[in-house]
Design a protein around this ligand. Structure first.
Ligand code: LFR
Length: 522
């Protein structure tokens, strides 16, 4: 096998990356070597409303609190998607310089958010960030038309206020939505700019709340009942097919001389990360651990039961027809926002130092329900944690180290609940937990997770989404063949995985985890 090279574009909530993945085989079987060629910051921008006196302005009907973009605060949290596109182009240019000719490009990002295009195909404003307050109260409004149980039975999607369906309903009455002819999810939007093709890749489409979880086709009847024009929704494509070729003018700008295919991949980052789980035992649970922690199982059919709905488990589409039955746990976001808060207050907040100090704090002193809605929007997390502790009759953390310890213990507790509930809801055994994504580097969190779940934790790879992205591209291009298990074996070769066993020295025992859980959830 010659060397093939693919560019994985992986956009996260705090940074975007372009990573070159070379598929090599030195005689011991194919493996993937990843090399980051561009990393660029990403983050929300709060844009104040400007009253122009029109129907979509703050004085008009669409701009009043809680309805159109503008929200209760008169400002909207948005993504700087053009800066992301520039970062992607710079990355593809760097990748081209590095390898000469690329065998493909694949794009994945966070889910649910989208750009609206007008009749000329022009972008109608910067996409609204899923943490914006415009969807406050919208789920209940939607359930008055399509009851929550019916929506779940159909789409299998957990209720998160930011699901695309709620965002589109929140945008009703705005001038932008009225002018919109297409809604493209972020990776599909970037793919359209690169190739001209307008599609919705299925793994990410499954996070909209408008995809039928069983047939994997648009639930256009649901859209219509909610007043959402189904023509906004583009044709669906599976992961692992040709999206199109990069337009000649863009390719010339990149300095790439040969035709450059763009392959669809698991364009929802979590779907790509699950492809990269280096599982050998079929009875695995995964935690895709970054800004969010996505905790669950890979199944071959959705679990659409009332129990699954009550536990707020989602059934998102995975690659090759699999189902990601998982729950969103608030994740490292709470820690990231705490660090941001401390930095802004001029307090030293270096992550390795904080983690070392947190390791010295007695375990499970204070725990909070990290999934409580107050932790979703940006803000002063240490203050919110202290308030949550006080509300549940616990001593609020007194120092930065105690706050960090509280966050990590609380995350491990949430993982324990989610892994156990996932196994029970799907009637499956779980014998190992795989942690992939940036959280792999947080050794204390991985150790606590092993201890809390009572299961071995295998940590790695860190760049899970990029690896899964490259594996699916390589198979689409004919460089690799086989099933998901075969792709996983290729991905796993050469990875440095760390195994954490439960019950390590100084970790709390089962009784202590049970007691901590009872403090919050009994
Ligand atoms: C993780 C993720 C989650 C999704 C959240 C918001 O990056 O994609 O899976 O629920 O971001 O889109």
């Amino acid at each position: 096998m010659g060397v093939s090279a693919f560019a994985a574009v992986d956009l996260g909530a705090s940074s975007g990356r372009v990573i070159v993945g070379r598929v090599v085989d030195d005689g011991d079987g194919a493996r993937v070597l990843l090399h980051e060629v561009n990393r660029f910051p990403n983050g929300p921008v709060r844009v104040p409303a400007v009253d122009v006196g029109g129907p979509g302005g703050p004085g008009g009907p669409g701009g009043s609190a809680g309805s159109g973009a503008g929200g209760a605060t008169g400002a909207t949290l948005r993504w700087d998607v053009l800066a992301l596109y520039r970062g992607v182009l710079d990355g593809l240019r760097a990748a081209t310089r590095e390898v000469g000719t690329l065998d493909g490009v694949g794009i994945d990002s966070w889910a649910v958010d989208h750009g609206l295009l007008d009749a000329d195909g022009a972008l109608l404003g910067n996409p609204v960030h899923y943490r914006d307050a415009r969807t406050d109260g919208v789920p209940d409004k939607v359930f008055a038309t399509v009851p929550a149980a019916e929506l779940y039975a159909r789409t299998g999607l957990q209720v998160q206020p930011f699901n695309t369906v709620f965002q589109l309903v929140a945008a009703q009455g705005t001038a932008a939505l009225a002018a919109a002819r297409r809604a493209l999810l972020i990776p599909d939007l970037l793919g359209a700019w690169l190739t001209g093709a307008q599609v919705a890749e299925v793994t990410n489409a499954s996070t909209t709340g408008l995809l039928d979880a069983t047939t994997r086709t648009w639930a256009t009847d649901v859209a219509e009942r909610l007043g959402i024009d189904p023509r906004l929704l583009p044709p669906l494509r599976d992961a692992g097919v040709l999206l199109g070729h990069v337009r000649d003018d863009v390719r010339a700008d990149l300095g790439h001389h040969a035709p450059l295919p763009v392959w669809t991949v698991g364009s929802h980052d979590t779907a790509s990360a699950v492809v990269a789980v280096p599982a050998t035992d079929p009875d695995f649970a995964y935690i895709s651990c970054g800004t969010w922690s996505l905790v669950g199982l890979e199944l071959d059919r959705p679990v659409l039961t009332e129990a699954s709905r009550a536990a707020n488990f989602t059934n998102e589409a995975g690659v090759d027809g699999t189902v990601r039955h998982l729950r969103n746990v608030m994740g490292l976001w709470v820690l990231q926002e705490s660090i941001r808060t401390w930095n802004e207050a001029g307090l030293p907040a270096d992550l390795p130092d904080l983690l070392a100090a947190a390791a010295q704090v007695p375990p499970l002193t204070t725990v909070v329900d990290v999934d409580a809605p107050e932790f979703l929007p940006p803000g002063d997390m240490p203050a919110r944690i202290a308030a949550a502790a006080a509300r549940t009759g616990q001593t609020p953390p007194q120092s930065q180290a105690e706050t960090v310890r509280c966050i990590l213990d609380s995350l491990a507790l949430a993982y324990r609940r989610a892994v156990r509930q996932a196994a029970a809801l799907a009637d499956r055994d779980v014998r190992v937990v795989h942690v992939v994504g940036g959280g792999v580097r947080n050794e204390l969190l991985c150790r606590l997770t092993a201890d809390a779940t009572g299961l071995p934790v295998v940590a790695g790879p860190v760049e899970g989404a990029a690896l899964g992205n490259v594996l699916v591209q390589a198979r689409a291009a004919g460089v690799l063949t086989g099933s998901l298990a075969d792709l996983r074996a290729v991905g796993a070769r050469g990875l440095d995985l760390v195994r954490h066993e439960p019950g390590g020295a100084g970790t709390p025992g089962t009784a202590q985890w049970d007691a901590a859980e009872a403090r919050l959830f009994s």
